[in-house]
Design a protein around this ligand. Structure first.
Ligand code: TYD
Length: 220
């Protein structure tokens, strides 16, 4: 039996990391194994790619290079961590997945969506999240949080307000194109309120799929 795969998405400063931890705590009441992981990263190779992409402020990186490095890290993550966990029946909460590449590398950097999708078809090995969560908040508020100390500032955070506005707009387009796949949560509110909405959305999905006989309590 397959596990559960939830991708948390959103602009900078949306509180995904905090929410991933809170969601995992509640999922542990329903699943024997729960994994919280992140992109770029989640594997030894992926964390090295992450360092090239995010830490190295001084090295030039073209949008194409950025998209390919992110896809390379994703392929390793899917093959080494996510798919094996799902096959064991675990719940996997992922802090960013393929929609981040669509929003940042296509929406933000301006690469054609079809090309970002194409390289990610290989990287995801066909895996799609069971639920895509957009933790949404205005760009100004997110950047204020980020530069006010919420999380470390990285190369992409520094891309400028207009870039981050395009990222957020692209997320909204992705939701509009496939609203059933997504839940959108107002992340400008206090973390407890966001966590409550997130859990309600996940619980509703679990109840629906248990009712359809697709998913029950899982064994690791
Ligand atoms: P991180 O510190 O994890 O930021 P956040 O807390 O906002 O998730 O850094 C991840 C950065 O990488 C973030 O700026 C978004 C960017 N990113 C992409 O541009 N494309 C991608 O496919 C992924 C996974 C992340």
């Amino acid at each position: 039996m397959r596990g559960l795969f939830i991708a948390l998405e959103g602009p900078e400063g949306s509180g995904k990391t905090t929410q991933a931890t809170r969601l995992a705590e509640r999922l542990r009441q329903q699943f024997d194994a729960v994994i919280v992981t992140r992109e770029p990263g989640g594997t030894v190779a992926g964390e090295r790619i992450r360092a090239i992409l995010l830490d190295q402020m001084e090295c030039a990186i073209l949008p194409e290079t950025e998209a390919l490095l992110l896809a390379a890290a994703r392929a390793q993550h899917v093959g080494e961590v996510i798919l094996p966990a799902l096959e064991r029946g675990a719940a996997v909460v992922c802090d960013r997945f393929v929609d981040s590449s669509l929003a940042y590398q296509s929406g933000g950097r301006g690469l054609p969506l079809s090309e970002v999708l194409a390289i990610n078809r290989m990287a995801t090995m066909g895996l799609q999240p069971d639920l895509r969560v957009l933790l949404d908040l205005p760009v100004e508020e997110g950047l204020r949080r980020r530069f006010g100390g919420a999380g470390e500032v990285n190369r992409i955070d520094l891309a400028g307000t207009e870039f981050h506005e395009r990222v957020r707009a692209c997320y909204h387009q992705l939701v509009a194109a496939d609203p059933v796949a997504w839940v959108v949560i107002d992340a400008s509110r206090p973390p407890a309120a966001v966590a409550e909405d997130l859990w309600n959305a996940v619980a509703a999905m679990l109840a629906h799929s248990a009712g359809a006989g697709k998913r029950g309590r899982q064994s690791a």
